[in-house]
Design a protein around this ligand. Sequence first.
Ligand code: GTP
Ligand code: MG
Length: 191
Amino acid sequence: RDFRTMRFLLSAPKLSALPPADRCEIAFAGRSNAGKSSALNALCEQGNLARTSKTPGRTQAINFFDNDRLRFADLPGYGFARVPPAIKAEWGALIEGYLAERETLAGIVLIMDARRPLLDFDRQLIEWGSAYGLAFHLMLTKADKLSRNEQHNVLRRTRAAVEGATAQLFSSTKRIGIEEARAAISALVPD
Ligand code: GTP
Ligand code: MG
């Protein structure tokens, strides 16, 4: 539950470069620019743990962070239109290979921009991951961009649309939902 001890481990540009599967892992997935790296930094109370960027598609490898009990995997964002098809296929293979075959993967934190939740790729990932028996926690981030009323509505709609997953509002910049996220992520981890 205390993620402040998380440290950068390595960056894996291909499946053969993954770290040994020696501890429980939680993957952070979502569209490019949704705010995955920012969320990781906020949860770990470290400004520069995961690299964030205004340029979508910045994280092109799986970046791993861990402490002695738990490991986070920051997945490359999907859905970035300007990426050449060959590179897109490579990313897809990396993400899919990791999610399908990682025995120590306990769950997926799906980060979505609260203004555009549950787009095609998000839905596909939930469907596909659920078929593999993976648990999901949905984080509607950049909630600071919405009014109270809009926040309430998007959370209600998201919860209604996805059965069997937990969901919450989040903001890295305004620090909304940080403790809630820590608790929900910890709940994905088996004792
Ligand atoms: P990729 O690595 O390219 O897949 O992106 P990412 O999902 O890791 O996004 P990243 O954390 O780099 O954030 C993308 C942009 O959104 C940056 O300009 C962030 O400053 C901004 N951002 C992230 N989280 C928030 C938030 O909660 N609120 C607001 N207003 N902006 C945010
Ligand atoms: Mg990133």
